[in-house]
Design a protein around this ligand. Structure first.
Ligand SMILES: Cc1cc2nc3c(=O)[nH]c(=O)nc-3n(C[C@H](O)[C@H](O)[C@H](O)COP(=O)(O)OP(=O)(O)OC[C@H]3O[C@@H](n4cnc5c(N)ncnc54)[C@H](O)[C@@H]3O)c2cc1C
Length: 350
């Protein structure tokens, strides 16, 4: 039963296209599409969680969550270094003994080295020639998921949604429905810019007025169906760059397409825009090496690469083939998300 796709669940449990449209986009937040195995189960889990706990956001912005963790770590004597690119893992006697930064500085480990990176980086960069062949081979088969595209807006006034009550919702989806999610997902997977992407609209100010000056508003748009490598445009309007890479021009043109859909739901939207900032999948990857091709989830989350099979079928308890070296993060069991599950599980074992 857990393996059923969301389409199966929605088409057998609900006759209303509106209810199907309500739940279908949520599978995108788990890196899945509505026809993927297990997406029915994940949609039910999300539906239950939303009913039980809502969708809480951090007062004052997500940076406050980081600040809270930072304080906790420092309180316990931990040291945090930022802008410190780890270039390699130091091995001594076949065991992980520390890391070497790109600057040449070394940091020695008292007990173990724990990496929250993709397998591509761990076995293709950080371990260099010492990477176990079995893991190098498995990394070659590791797949990344759809890219993610972000648009952030500063608005001079709260959006005047045409749909009643939407001004009170912190996160909503604009979608033609279950088939629309399916179509856009499939287009992105085939390297096409979706004709009508699913637009996840976050309006944090609806729950937390401290996010912007009084009387103003902000919108946080997530487009989870973006191609990592562009082969074409499902709408037939934009030419794909010869090298398939995102360009600033294409990013803004695609953001215009998204904005036109958004504006069709909000009275006077264009006139209320103070500023817009779009991030293509390539921009996201440039900001965080873990977002390969702009995949926000550190690797495709289809069931063959999820849970106990993440990152590899032979992976066990976040161990690697090297003593004292552990692999955690979105690319490992139990998968992507802000829950910190892999680190929690490993901390319990260590
Ligand atoms: C736009 C967006 C929206 C999202 N929304 C949600 C959401 O609403 N809910 C949710 O649960 N999840 C969400 N996710 C997914 C979630 O953010 C990730 O799954 C999660 O952050 C993964 O945590 P992590 O520790 O594995 O990796 P990261 O958060 O990527 O942290 C790892 C850090 O290590 C750094 N690093 C990597 N390699 C090196 C190196 N060699 N040297 C030094 N530093 C290095 C990286 O730059 C990064 O800062 C979203 C992701 C994105 C991109």
């Amino acid at each position: 039963e857990a393996l059923a796709p969301a389409r199966g669940w929605l088409e057998t449990a609900y006759t209303s296209e509106t209810i199907r449209a309500l739940w279908a986009p949520w599978v995108l937040h788990a890196g899945l599409g509505p026809e993927d195995a297990f997406s029915g189960q994940i949609a039910k889990v999300i539906a239950f969680a939303l009913e039980a706990a809502g969708a809480p956001i951090v007062k004052g912005g997500a940076k406050n969550l980081l600040a809270a963790f930072e304080a906790l770590i420092k309180e316990r004597g931990g040291v945090i270094s930022t802008d410190a690119d780890v270039a390699s893992i130091i091995l001594e006697g076949g065991r992980a003994a520390g890391v070497r930064l790109a600057s040449g500085e070394t940091v020695h480990a008292k007990k173990s080295v724990i990496c929250s990176v993709t397998p591509t980086q761990l076995y293709g960069r950080l371990l260099g020639d010492a990477a176990p062949k079995r893991d190098v081979d498995a990394t070659r088969e590791y797949r990344y998921g759809k890219g993610n595209f972000q648009i952030h807006y500063a608005l001079s006034k709260p959006p005047a949604w045409r749909g009643e009550g939407l001004d009170k919702v912190a996160l909503l989806h604009l979608t033609p429905g279950l088939d629309g999610v399916s179509k856009a997902c499939n287009e992105a997977l085939r390297g096409l810019l979706p004709e009508v992407p699913t637009i996840c609209v976050g309006q944090p100010h609806a729950l937390d007025p401290s996010r912007c000056p009084q009387g103003k508003a902000i919108l946080w748009l997530q487009l989870p169906e973006a191609p990592r490598h562009i082969k074409g445009d499902a709408a037939g309007k934009f030419a794909a760059p010869a090298d398939g890479q995102w360009t600033a021009k294409l990013r803004e043109a695609y953001a215009d397409r998204v904005e036109a859909i958004l504006a069709s739901h909000i009275d006077g939207f264009s006139g209320s825009v103070i500023a817009r900032r779009a991030y293509s999948p390539a921009d996201l990857e440039a900001m965080n090496i873990n977002l390969v091709g702009g995949d926000p989830y550190g690797g495709s989350s289809t069931i063959d690469q999820a849970f106990l099979w993440r990152p590899f079928k032979a992976s066990r308890n976040h161990e690697t083939g090297i003593k004292n070296l552990y692999h955690i993060g979105a690319s490992t069991h139990p998968g992507a998300g802000l829950g910190g599950g892999s680190g929690f599980l490993l901390a319990g074992r260590l």
